[in-house]
Design a binder for this molecule. Sequence first.
Ligand SMILES: [Zn+2]
Length: 57
Amino acid sequence: MYEAVCSDCGQPCQVPFQPAEGRPVYCRECFRKHRKPRHEGGHGGGGRFRRDRDSGY
Ligand SMILES: [Zn+2]
């Protein structure tokens, strides 16, 4: 376990991975808070509503 400071609540916590510099580290609770249920929609812009044509088969 690595010692780190939560980027959200600012409390010292321990994480199972080595915290990378410049990247936010969250404690367990905050990690759950920040974790989105679904990762949808990547980068904004770009072709939206793009649908593949009916490829045979
Ligand atoms: Zn926290």
